[in-house]
Design a protein around this ligand. Structure first.
Ligand SMILES: NC(=O)c1ccc[n+]([C@@H]2O[C@H](COP(=O)([O-])OP(=O)(O)OC[C@H]3O[C@@H](n4cnc5c(N)ncnc54)[C@H](OP(=O)(O)O)[C@@H]3O)[C@@H](O)[C@H]2O)c1
Length: 407
């Protein structure tokens, strides 16, 4: 029988309650990965639980209370007691990060905080591990889902700022008091943490210049659209003249920018460095279950030695014949019935044509078409027969088409 691993939970709100559910549901998987069976040792809210008792029974503490005090005191006491800590608290880290990271080093424990920035998007892990030695030049982020939702709605529907905010509140994307989101302060706290990690220099929340979205109008969005520009609340951290600039403000983006297509309550971070050119990570930026999932990822990381790869727990069959849409380029002699014969051979294998264009005439005639998805084996069976038709002037060329719509 494997050993137990006690987790003390500080806070039982949106994230805390989702984490409690998740850890119970996923305990068998966590045990398979780590060899330790996780369980909650206790929950602390203002009306429930005793911190010292919870700490005594725990190997790790999850802090999802928010705020500076008493969260700072609890996190420091947990680490001084030799416990790992996982927190989602960007306010705490952007204002007391250096003190807390120093305490973690001093006591030889882990302080993990993936959920504090960009929800479930694993940007902290990438900066701390994958890009630990990369010389980052610049980082751009859409790190507040509420404001991104509001700006997306204004752009899509022509809604006023006030109406888009009301919609965000109705849908649960904005708090009843949205001040910290719309004035840019929430994004500023996250940028302070990202800048600290990307540039390896202390950055305090107070050093992040910040402008919100409250003054933006539907007109701004309309003009931007006409110019092919999208308006986003962008966090920037970049090397400037040997120093570092960290700021949050609304900014226009051209359609080709990796952050331009990030719509709705989503987050994304673009990291630029000469060595890697550019990496963009994106995904849900908040929400109880999503944030709890990031917290659980950190808990598992704290439970296992960093370099281990856990044994595979599933035995999934490897599928080799998959369905795909195809682009098909045929060089053909220009004569009647060519398209009908090609369509018939495809049809016999169950493939239908989604779109087709004929290009050129006579000896230069080409048929270019895109099929609906079909099992690859069946498509290639049809292709072999098509290649043998007497009007073909060259081998057919086929390229897969990814046509899924992400919803
Ligand atoms: N919600 C999200 O989607 C999200 C996403 C990323 C990060 N986060 C971060 O996660 C943390 C928690 O957010 P949340 O949305 O779950 O907050 P929440 O719903 O307001 O819950 C906060 C919890 O902490 C407890 N708490 C607050 N002050 C306390 C105190 N002094 N002593 C003991 N318990 C106290 C509250 O208990 P009582 O009120 O019952 O006493 C409540 O259970 C914050 O740092 C937040 O920034 C949240």
């Amino acid at each position: 029988m494997s050993e137990g691993f006690g987790i003390g939970l500080l806070g039982f709100g949106t994230v805390g309650s989702a984490f409690a559910e998740l850890i119970e549901a996923r305990a068998p998987e966590v045990e398979a990965i780590t060899g330790l069976r996780p369980s909650l040792t206790g929950v602390l809210t203002r009306s429930r639980g005793d911190f010292d008792e919870i700490l005594e029974a725990s190997d790790l503490v999850v802090e999802v209370m928010g705020g500076l005090d008493p969260a700072r005191d609890y996190v420091l006491r947990a680490m001084a007691g030799g416990r790992h800590v996982v927190t989602a608290n960007k306010q705490l880290l952007s204002q007391h990060g250096e003190e807390l990271w120093a305490a973690a080093r001093e006591h030889g424990v882990q302080l993990r905080f993936e959920a504090a920035v960009a929800g479930v998007v694993p940007v902290i892990r990438v900066l701390q591990e994958s890009l630990a030695a990369a010389h980052v030049d610049r980082l751009h982020g859409i790190v507040n889902g509420t404001t991104n939702f509001i700006l997306s709605r204004m752009a899509e529907t022509g809604a006023s700022y006030e109406d888009a905010l009301a919609e965000a509140q109705e849908l649960g994307y904005a708090e009843a008091d949205p001040a910290e989101d719309v004035n840019g302060k929430d994004a500023a706290a996250k940028m302070a943490i990202l800048a600290r990690l990307a540039f390896n220099t202390p950055v305090h929340l107070d050093q992040v210049a910040c402008e919100g979205i409250e003054h933006l109008t539907a007109d701004d969005m309309e003009y931007a659209r006409d110019l092919g520009l999208g308006l986003k609340l962008i966090g920037t951290a970049e090397r400037v003249d040997g120093g570092l600039s960290v700021r949050v403000h609304p900014a226009f983006l051209y359609g080709g920018h990796p952050l331009a297509s990030v719509s709705g309550p989503f987050n994304a971070v673009t990291i630029e460095s000469q060595a890697i050119t550019e990496i963009t990570l994106s995904g849900p930026g908040a929400g109880g279950p999503q944030t709890a999932s990031a917290v659980l990822g950190d808990v598992i990381s704290a439970m296992i030695p960093p370099a281990s790869t856990p044994p595979a727990t599933d035995r999934l069959e490897i599928v080799t014949d998959v369905a795909s849409a195809f682009y098909l380029h045929l060089e053909v002699a220009d004569r009647p019935g060519v398209l009908a014969q090609v369509a018939q051979l495809l049809g016999l294998q169950g493939a239908s044509i989604r779109s087709v264009v004929q290009k050129g005439l006579g000896e230069n005639a080409r048929l270019v078409m895109v099929t609906h998805p079909i099992l690859e084996s069946r498509f290639y069976a049809a292709l072999e027969l098509i290649g043998a038709l007497d009007f073909m002037r060259a081998r057919p060329r086929a390229i897969r088409v990814i046509d899924e719509e992400f919803v």
